[in-house]
Design a protein around this ligand. Structure first.
Ligand code: BES
Ligand code: MN
Ligand code: MN
Length: 462
């Protein structure tokens, strides 16, 4: 059997070239203008799974974008790993801030990636990380060392809330039966210090509209006499945090469990330098909820953020106007036990309550999902940790992430299995931002580490 390191050495140019081809497809799920491209990306994934050695691959149609499902079942008595990933990407805007076009991948070096990184939308989130699994699988098939059954489920709507995947999972629990779910769609601490994500935050995403007068008004003739929806919306949003940056929505924290102090001490041991953090973001100071560290604020605490706000005149020059309406998109990151639908309802009730009489407020929920935490004593976690220890030379650290993959909580509920989040991205890889990239080191290290996960998972399952 050829060793994985040798296989990577011999095939790395091809591995990179194949990923680059995939990254050229602008599979932006949020924007209908890219409809055909998203469908093309699904087709490309299907072909790559077939080539890598799946026995059967289907494109499963949904009410939205298709789910690509492939499998290789070698023995029903052996464990089954279900790999999940997504082929859709975030919009590339603002395009003018990219140093090379988002869908014309280029390899460039950075301080953190001296051996080069692929710059493209989706490079890290999640095409690059998903494709590591396809190549690791190819290796195991080619070299006759696949130790168990594998199922792939790659969706095209993760970045817009996985609404149709939810139905697909609910209707196909038998087909999707597995012993562990494996996902690479998160990050790790650094290229010297691997980590395994043990928690994800939940999410509630809403859009609000504040309506005042029935038309835009002259701000001289009417200013001061009627409620200005933008003034009101700003005031309402500002009141959602108190002076300690706690969220003021009644009931918001009711189900939040404070992490035991020993776990907080354990968390604080992960390598982190606040000065480097500030420097990387060009900030003089960090900001957030009183009583918690930066790493706690962005992982174990719930938050509320405005993602966009608009209304009135924003064109060239000045226009004196009181707008009829103002809008905002607001997201709340939630922690385990907070129910996203309950939080959405609490938000809507409170937001309408605090509106003065001169305006009407509507709250439209977008999407959401529950948070997730996973124990570190499971076979899956142990197998992942053994795999990292072997390829990085040091054990992985468990880390709770601030991001969300809402479908993970549903997997546990419907499929009754644990998810292992083996992320290979770095925070500096700029996912969802201009100049997203994925280190060549990370890509190849992922391909090297994944087969070891399979090996140890099967060994530990015996
Ligand atoms: N891969 C990310 C989530 C992520 C990134 C988790 C890094 C942990 C570390 C995923 O594609 C994503 O962007 N999720 C969205 C939620 C979704 C419902 C749009 C998010 O977290 O904003
Ligand atoms: Mn992702
Ligand atoms: Mn994403």
């Amino acid at each position: 059997m050829e060793n994985i390191k040798t296989y990577i050495l011999q095939n790395k140019e091809r591995f990179i070239a194949e990923l680059i081809e995939l990254l050229k497809i602008p599979s932006v799920s949020a924007d209908p203008a890219f409809n055909q491209d998203v469908i093309d990306a699904a087709e490309a994934i299907k072909i790559s799974l077939e080539k890598a050695g799946c026995d059967s691959v289907e494109i499963c149609e949904t009410d939205g974008y298709p789910i690509v499902y492939g499998e290789k079942m070698i023995d029903p008595k052996l464990p089954t790993v279900l790999v999940y990933g997504h082929y859709d990407v975030q919009p590339a805007d603002p395009i003018e801030l990219w140093t090379s076009p988002p869908f014309e991948p280029e390899i460039k070096t950075t301080e953190i990636h001296p051996e080069g990184a692929i710059f493209a939308r989706g490079a890290c989130d999640d095409k690059g990380q998903m494709y590591m699994h396809v190549k690791a699988f190819e290796y195991m098939v080619q070299n006759d060392c696949l130790p168990c059954n594998v199922k792939f489920m790659i969706e095209g709507e993760e970045e817009v809330g996985s609404v149709n995947l939810k139905t697909f999972v609910e209707n196909n629990t038998k087909k999707l039966q597995n012993d562990v779910i494996l996902i690479s769609d998160t990050g790790m601490i650094s290229n010297q210090q691997p980590s395994i994500t043990t928690g994800l935050r939940g999410l509630s995403y809403v859009e609000v509209a504040v309506t005042g007068p029935n038309r835009d008004l002259h701000s001289g003739l009417y200013g001061g006499a009627v409620a200005n929806p933008i003034n009101i919306l700003s005031k309402m949003i500002a009141s959602l945090h108190d002076e300690n940056n706690h969220i003021t929505i009644p009931g918001f924290y009711d189900k939040v469990e404070d992490l035991p102090i020993d776990e907080r001490i354990e968390m604080a041991k992960a390598p982190f330098d606040i000065e480097d953090y500030k420097k990387a973001l060009n900030l003089k100071a960090v900001y957030g909820e009183e009583g918690y560290t930066t790493n706690e604020r962005n992982s174990i605490r719930p938050t509320l953020d405005v993602n966009g706000i608009w209304g009135g005149y924003t064109g060239q020059g000045a226009k004196t106007v009181i707008p009829s309406q103002a809008f905002a998109k607001i997201s709340m990151r939630l922690v385990p036990n907070q129910d996203w639908e309950e939080i959405t309802a609490l938000f809507a009730k409170h937001f309408k309550n605090i509106a003065p009489e001169g305006v009407t407020v509507t709250v439209t929920p977008h999407h959401g999902g529950q948070g997730y935490v996973t124990p570190i004593n499971s076979i899956g976690y142990q197998a992942a940790n053994k795999a990292y220890t072997e390829t990085f030379g040091i054990p992985a650290i468990p880390v709770r992430s601030g991001g969300s993959i809402p479908i993970v909580a549903l997997f546990e509920k419907e499929l009754k299995s644990k998810t292992i989040l083996m992320g290979f991205g770095l925070d500096s890889d700029a996912i969802h931002s201009p100049n997203e990239h994925f280190g060549i080191f990370n890509y190849l290290k992922g391909i090297e580490t994944i087969p070891l996960f399979y090996k140890y998972f099967v060994e530990l399952s015996k």
